[in-house]
Design a protein around this ligand. Structure first.
Ligand code: NDP
Ligand code: 2IT
Length: 444
């Protein structure tokens, strides 16, 4: 068997019950076959791929916290420090009841290549907890965040590991965690990104993932002779990534007709009102059903279903494996032209294969949602030089980074005979830099 096949088999054998991690590893290693084939014996001798698929360190800890009735609870916290070849571990923290070690490992593994694609010096990591923030009071969220950080603080630092937000973690949670870190360590350090602007946060970090998704999508469309202007867009999710993807798509002249949360979805044929969405999700922290109070002509349906709405561009921005093969077939039958992933691994492997077979322009998450972590790295730079850049400066750099990512993945795909396959292009381009760094640093 080839070296790649040996390692895929070993990952499945040694990490049972982690299907999302298997999925992420299989996709990346499949793309890397032509790169590995160039020097297979050396890489096998150096155990290069074994070192790539095994996290440098994984931390699992108990998080006790007390609810408003005085009842104590215990959740599990995780931080997976996956790869530090090109910089300190960097990646978000997810708070969602579905979190387990396999989910954090898939996210941490993806983060290695995404962070490499940004061109900035950041390694890959991810963390989180199975804590469910839904329905919790502000005080309960604070209690959880403080207890989570009182343990996590032993393992992170501005030059070692810099967490940020992800599902269930936004500015409020980062603020509570930052406060606890500062109190315990007695240090005002850039140890988290996505901080509030008054205490070291970067302007445009809130918008960065969604805006970045549209900057790279626009560049891809431009290189294919078209643009977002006048396009009909279907978005899933109604969180940080979805909201700012909708906002930027509209600024580019597109019409976004859907959004969703885990209870149901909105179809607003006149275009989603992003100010209303912000009010419901960022201010009131309520469910999408509220949208109809402001926009009575829109429709709300329970469950999932955004992918059945005809569109030119589809932007999945909620969670992993939310877009299945059946959804992909429906989108293609309805004439979709481009799909760009805002969430991490939102399309199943079968859906991705179908899009590629059908010649749909498809941007994989590790390229298309890299704007968030790229801007986190810009926040780290600002913290290091103790300066603050303007919104325009950060936004301009973000746009340049996303345009560069598009051209890098396009070039890598061409170089390895896979023109137009941005999945292979992103995996290869992200890997090459990490591989060169790992090779230069010896077997560590
Ligand atoms: P948020 O918590 O702000 O929003 C998540 C949205 O997705 C909510 O609308 C949520 O609905 C929905 N959602 C979450 N889980 C599920 C589920 N199991 N089924 C259906 N809907 C679900 O998170 P973000 O917007 O930050 O993250 C969205 C995606 O983007 C994730 O995959 C994340 O990893 C990725 N990402 C985030 C970045 C960032 O900077 N924040 C950067 C790069 C990627 P509900 O509220 O009902 O749960
Ligand atoms: O998936 C991701 O890239 C993020 N959640 C953002 C990570 C970060 O460090 O900003």
């Amino acid at each position: 068997m080839s070296y790649v096949d040996d390692v895929i088999e070993e990952v499945i054998r040694e990490n049972p019950n982690e299907p999302e991690f298997h999925q992420a590893v299989r996709e990346v290693l499949d793309s890397l076959r032509p790169v590995i084939a160039e020097n297979e014996e050396k890489y096998r001798r150096d155990a290069l791929l074994e070192r790539l698929v095994n996290p440098e360190r994984q931390i699992k800890f108990r998080v006790p916290w007390i609810d408003d009735n005085g009842q104590a609870h215990v959740n599990t916290g995780y931080r997976v420090q996956f790869n530090s070849a090109i910089g300190p571990y960097k990646g978000g923290l997810r708070l969602h009841p579905s979190v387990n070690l396999g989910i954090i490992k898939f996210l941490g593994f993806e983060q290695i290549f995404k962070n490499s694609l940004t061109g900035l010096p950041i390694g890959g990591g991810k963390g989180g907890s199975d804590f469910d923030p839904k329905g919790k009071s502000d005080r309960e969220i604070m209690s959880f965040c403080q207890n989570f950080m009182s343990e996590l603080c032993k393992y992170i630092g501005a030059d070692t590991d810099v967490p940020a937000g992800d599902i269930g973690v936004g500015a409020r949670e980062i603020g509570y965690m930052f406060g606890e870190y500062k109190k315990i360590r007695g240090m005002f350090a850039g140890v988290l990104t996505g901080k509030g602007v008054p205490f070291g946060g970067s302007l445009a970090r809130t918008e960065a993932t969604g805006y970045g998704l549209l900057y790279i999508t626009e560049e891809m469309l431009k290189c294919h002779g078209t643009s977002m202007e006048g396009k009909t867009v279907v978005v899933s999710g109604a969180g940080n990534v979805a909201i700012y993807a909708i906002e930027k798509a509209q600024q580019m002249g597109a019409k976004v007709v859907t959004c969703s949360d885990s209870s149901g979805w909105i179809y607003d044929p006149n275009g989603i009102d992003v100010a209303v969405l912000k009010q419901i999700k960022e201010v009131e922290r309520k469910r999408l059903t509220e949208y109809l109070k402001y926009r009575p002509d829109a429709q709300y349906r329970e469950g999932r279903g955004v992918w059945q709405i005809p569109c030119d561009v589809a932007l999945p921005c909620a969670t992993q494996n939310e877009l299945t093969l059946d959804d992909a077939k429906q989108l293609v039958a309805n004439g979709v032209y481009a799909v760009a992933e805002g969430a991490n691994m939102p399309s199943t492997a079968q859906a991705v294969d179908y899009f590629l077979e059908q010649g749909i322009l498809f941007l994989p998450a590790k390229a298309s949602n890299a704007g968030g972590v790229a801007t986190s790295a810009l926040e780290m730079s600002q913290n290091s030089e103790r300066l603050h850049w303007t919104f325009e400066e950060v936004d301009h750099k973000l746009r340049e980074i996303m345009v560069d990512i598009y051209h890098n993945i396009d070039e890598a795909a061409k170089q390895y005979g896979k023109e137009g396959n941005y999945v292979d292009g992103a995996n290869i381009a992200g890997f090459l830099k990490v591989m060169n760094a790992m090779n230069a640093q010896g077997i560590v």
